[in-house]
Design a binder for this molecule. Structure first.
Ligand code: ADP
Ligand code: 5GP
Length: 201
């Protein structure tokens, strides 16, 4: 992996949130950013997947072509990158450095291969890893379908990948400090906030 400007990004430990697609990561982060404006910086990933309704380029993701993505891989522009559901996703060095320059706490929302790369990265500051779990497979499926953003084929891929994410989170190699089950939204959000902001949140 490419080196990062650690002197610029080591003042706050980054937070890495992971968990199956549909477990509620975006929902939690949106609430957190609304409640603490300016405190956190969302690491805007690059992806080759198409934007969903309501997603904005540069805010939710940097939407790029496969060629653009692979070009940045070639230039060693990523802290980590992986494939998910047939698309490429990656955290660029620039995304995390931009957040550090603003003095914000960097938050990454990434899948498990990216989690492993970040956990083993030679120069990226040691993050705190949080895993958000759905209450059950059945509820996850209902929520993914209820979100209404993905085609059937994408939902099937996400449900299959969810099993791998859950197995990894429960394995000894997982770097997660905490697993939060997102059953009741208020309860789970309170736990997420406590983990990220502190017990006095
Ligand atoms: P992710 O970012 O992990 O893919 P989302 O935040 O998009 O997941 O959540 C998936 C769907 O589940 C969304 O429609 C969201 O509104 C819904 N959701 C999230 N948390 C809860 C909860 N605790 N109870 C019911 N629905 C939830
Ligand atoms: P979605 O398509 O639902 O936005 O994201 C699919 C999966 O890709 C989620 O698990 C999300 O956490 C993950 N993801 C988003 N950005 C990145 C990234 O930059 N790197 C990696 N490894 N995974 C990412």
């Amino acid at each position: 992996m490419a080196p990062t400007n650690t002197s610029a990004i080591s003042s706050h430990r980054p937070i890495v949130i992971s968990g199956p697609s549909g477990s509620g990561k975006s929902t939690m982060l949106k609430r957190l950013f609304d409640e603490y404006p300016g405190k956190f910086g969302f690491s805007v990933s690059h992806t080759t997947r198409s934007p969903r309704a309501g997603e904005q380029n540069g805010r939710d993701y940097n939407f790029v072509t496969k060629e653009e993505f692979l070009d940045l891989v070639e230039k060693k522009g990523f802290v980590e990158h992986a494939q998910f559901g047939g698309n490429h996703y990656g955290t660029s060095i620039k995304a995390v450095e931009d957040i550090a320059e603003k003095g914000q706490v960097c938050i990454l929302d990434i899948e498990m291969e990216g989690v492993k790369q970040v956990a083993n990265h030679p120069s990226f500051p040691k993050p705190r890893f949080l895993f958000l779990s759905p209450p059950s497979k059945e509820v996850l499926e209902q929520r993914l379908r209820g979100r209404g953003t993905d085609k059937e084929e994408a939902i099937v891929k996400r449900l299959k990948q969810a099993e791998a994410e859950m197995d990894f989170a429960n394995s000894p190699e997982a770097p997660h400090e905490k697993i939060i089950v997102n059953d009741d939204l208020e309860k789970a959000y309170k736990e997420v906030k406590e983990f990220i902001v502190g017990a006095d949140a």
